[in-house]
Write a protein that binds this ligand. Structure first.
Ligand SMILES: [Zn+2]
Length: 83
């Protein structure tokens, strides 16, 4: 008969779940940092009338706001500094 002490059972019950959690955590962090930016033809625009943010094609000079349907010249949004 195999004799197992209470200490080794408790150690096993703690080490196995912690190891599984650590492996999943490492896998998730590796997956997060391996994401690469995908080149796109879209740029972020802001409507001058209703301040709605939307994406538009880089090639389009004039874009139409999807919310208020106003036609405007495409201006690329700049990121605000200091936030
Ligand atoms: Zn608008």
């Amino acid at each position: 008969m195999i004799s197992v002490s209470l200490t080794s059972i408790l150690a096993y019950l703690m080490i196995v779940p912690l190891t599984v959690i650590m492996i999943l955590w490492l896998y998730d962090s590796e997956k997060k940092y391996s994401r690469k930016a995908v080149p796109t033809r879209k740029v972020m625009c802001e409507c001058e009338i209703c301040l709605f943010h939307f994406t538009a094609d880089k090639a389009d000079k004039y874009v139409r706001c999807p919310r208020c349907k106003s036609l405007m010249e495409r201006k690329v949004m700049r990121r605000r500094k200091g936030n």
